[in-house]
Design a protein around this ligand. Structure first.
Ligand SMILES: *Cc1c(COP(=O)(O)O)cnc(C)c1O
Length: 382
């Protein structure tokens, strides 16, 4: 790796090189069967994922967005029903609510974890609250144990957005509880860059306990049919295909190792930034006690973020901003009446966050270069 080469924010080709033989065998196996939609391969994946998450059922679907839509459909939202979620997330977290006729109600996030604040969730509850939709942002689980029992006693569902946090966990009641196993449902994305990605679009809903709910989601993903051509209700077409399932079965076997490697990358960033005396200028992400962060992204808060990002770009280091505009300020949600100042923590983060390159195969010398360039920026222009 020479000094002039570019450092990408992620590099899937390096990952493919590590599993190429296994993947190619799996893909050829599916091609021989010529069975492409749902079927044995998808069912096997669903069983393996259920075992991994320690949940009763998982249901594969076409994307993480669809997983969220299917979960919202299964709640049977009536006009005016409210779903509490975070404004500091990917768009799909809130659009699934409006697409299913519900009203998103935002609760601000915690400045340390960037995750939705349990306190603000409780403050936003009304008699119309049907569900809470927390996002385990950047790979770290929300401390759902703080609100789970109270919400359950009020009959409010928890739908976890696990798109960025497969394999993350919290210790709850002395046991490892993985993301997607704590709420009523969990929604996962297999978008290629997620910690468990496929080679196209894919998603999944986990249903930890409720067997009837799992059957309902299975039916909703095939146009609401219970048997072919007999429709109990109007669903959508959102299936996982066999090629993606076969690829995911290979990659699931490596997930724990890759998540561990992400954690090592995160730790090394932290040490390098401390060594360079950067911790007054750049705030590294924090891991909440009692949980395991899987670092889908390594997101710091940085002084003079925009200038830093352009500087790094000019030096060949690619960074990203997740997310530049909180959802309450998005044009499409202006009818909800959100305005600047409503969610000060989310708005502050939108101005300060910067995602540094993060993927399991990122080299120590590349990380050193990233941190050296950050140090250069603050030394020359700070
Ligand atoms: C990626 C992502 C989604 C959507 O997943 P797709 O598979 O791209 O549809 C939803 N929520 C969050 C938080 C995400 O990061």
């Amino acid at each position: 790796m020479t000094d002039s080469s570019k450092i990408p924010s992620f590099d899937l080709t390096r990952n493919y090189a590590r599993v190429k033989e296994e993947i190619n065998v799996a893909v050829l196996r599916v091609l021989e069967t010529q069975h492409f939609i749902l079927g044995n391969e998808v069912e096997a994946l669903e069983r393996e994922l259920a075992a991994y998450l320690e949940v009763k059922n998982t249901v594969g679907c076409a994307s993480g967005t669809d997983a969220l839509v299917l979960a919202m459909m299964a709640l049977d939202l009536k006009p005016g029903d409210e779903v509490i979620t975070t404004p500091f997330t990917f768009f799909a977290t809130a659009s699934c609510i409006t697409r299913c006729g519900g009203k998103p109600v935002f609760a601000d996030v915690d400045p340390v974890t960037y995750n939705i604040s349990s306190e603000d969730i409780m403050a936003k509850l009304t008699p119309r609250t049907r569900a809470v939709l927390p996002v385990h942002l950047f790979g770290q689980m929300c401390p759902l144990e703080e609100i789970r029992d109270e919400l359950k006693s009020r009959g409010i569902a928890i739908v976890e957005d696990c798109a960025q946090a497969i394999g993350a966990h919290r210790m709850i009641d002395g046991r490892v509880a993985r993301s997607g196993s704590v709420g009523t449902m969990g929604c996962f994305s297999f978008f290629p860059t997620k910690n468990l990605g496929c080679y196209g679009d894919g998603g999944m809903v986990s249903i930890p306990k409720d067997e009837a709910l799992a059957q309902r989601i299975k039916s909703l993903r095939v146009h609401g049919a219970t048997t072919t051509y007999f429709h109990e209700e109007v669903g959508i077409n959102s299936r996982l295909d066999a090629l993606q399932a076969a690829i995911l079965r290979v990659r699931l076997r490596h997930l724990e190792g890759w998540n561990e490697e992400r954690r090592i990358v995160a730790e090394r960033y932290m040490l390098l930034m401390a060594e360079k005396g950067l911790l007054d200028l750049v705030t590294p992400p924090a891991e909440l006690a009692g949980g395991r962060h899987v670092y889908h992204q390594y997101v710091v808060r940085a002084k003079r973020r925009d200038e830093l990002q352009s500087f790094l770009d000019a030096r060949g280091v690619t960074t990203r901003v997740y997310y530049p505009l909180p959802l309450h300020l998005q044009h499409c949600f202006s009818y909800l009446g959100g305005k600047k100042g409503d969610f000060p923590v989310s708005e502050m983060l939108a101005d300060e966050v910067l995602a540094l390159p993060m993927f399991p195969e990122l080299l120590p010398e590349e990380q050193e270069r990233v941190v050296n360039e950050i140090a250069d920026f603050y030394a020359s222009r700070g």
